[in-house]
Write a protein that binds this ligand. Structure first.
Ligand code: ADP
Ligand code: MG
Length: 259
């Protein structure tokens, strides 16, 4: 059966800065993402990962090249049209969680649904379901200041998935976390891709997270320098227990991605 891509980028070039300081952050990047795939984007600092994620997520427009999201052309669009594409197709997860400190976990997730036209009852239902999916049903009323880093990132993931976006983009979602929480977050993202057929692209520096992914894309100096595909569906390497947020089966993590 032919797989239908959810996102296609072709020959993306992005110039940033002005005059003498102008740099070409992306030098012709092409990539295709499919439903149910968990892809890692890896590369040195300054290689263009955040710029690429911003273009794929319709936050930035490319200088040249084309982007297609679920069959819709996303290049040459106005700011409002890009915002509409973002709302309809994407969820975003950031390194720094970006939660509102004055809102509890439930409201932090609900507020992301405000701009999406859901009614009050559905907002609450979706927010509760998303927090349940990330193992935080017992933390609905907790404020970010009382949550651990791993829990805060789970709230951020719940916020990103609550509107059921087809694509979730995560920029270094585990870099502020310790190893154990980092693994648990990666296992959770892998599970979301598999169980709900979402497309997930996560930037990471940590090679220990490779076993959780279906595919690894390497970027260097604004160009894709390598791609690895896993030899087998890797999601079963870590059975994620949503209740405690722990990853079981540590010993099986060693089997992993072969180029
Ligand atoms: P990464 O996320 O891989 O660390 P970035 O995409 O943030 O890399 O940056 C790629 C390159 O673009 C770097 O050289 C960075 O300094 C430069 N850059 C990023 N944002 C801007 C900007 N707003 N203006 C000028 N240069 C920028
Ligand atoms: Mg970056």
């Amino acid at each position: 059966m032919k797989r239908v891509p959810v996102l296609e980028a072709r020959h993306i070039v992005k110039e940033l800065g002005q005059g003498d300081a102008k740099i070409r952050a992306l030098k012709g990047v092409s990539l295709t993402l499919f439903p149910g795939e968990f892809t890692l984007l890896m590369g040195p600092s300054g290689s263009g990962k955040t710029t690429l994620l911003s273009i794929l997520g319709c936050i930035l427009s490319p200088t040249s090249g084309t982007l297609t999201v679920s069959g819709e052309c996303a290049t040459g669009r106005s700011a409002e049209e890009l915002a509409d594409l973002r709302r309809r197709h994407f969820g975003f997860i950031f390194q720094a969680y970006n939660l509102f400190p004055t809102l509890n976990a439930l409201d932090n997730v609900k507020i992301a649904l405000d701009v999406r036209g859901f009614g009050a009852a559905e907002r609450r239902e979706r927010a509760e379901a998303a927090l349940r999916d990330v193992g935080l049903s017992h933390r609905l009323n907790s404020y970010p200041g009382t949550l651990s880093g791993g829990e805060k990132q789970r709230v951020a993931i719940a916020r990103a998935i609550a509107s059921s976006p087809s694509i979730v983009l995560a920029d270094e979602p585990t870099s502020a976390l310790d190893t154990e929480n980092g693994h648990a977050i990666m296992a959770l993202l892998a599970k979301l891709a598999k169980d709900e057929n979402r497309t997930i692209l996560a930037v990471t520096h940590d090679p220990r997270t490779i076993p959780y992914a279906n595919r690894v894309i390497e970027i260097e100096d604004g160009r894709i320098s390598g791609q690895k595909k896993s030899a087998e569906a890797p999601h079963n390497i870590a059975e994620h227990q949503t209740g405690s947020g722990r990853v079981k089966n540590n010993q099986r993590r060693k089997r992993h991605v072969h180029a």
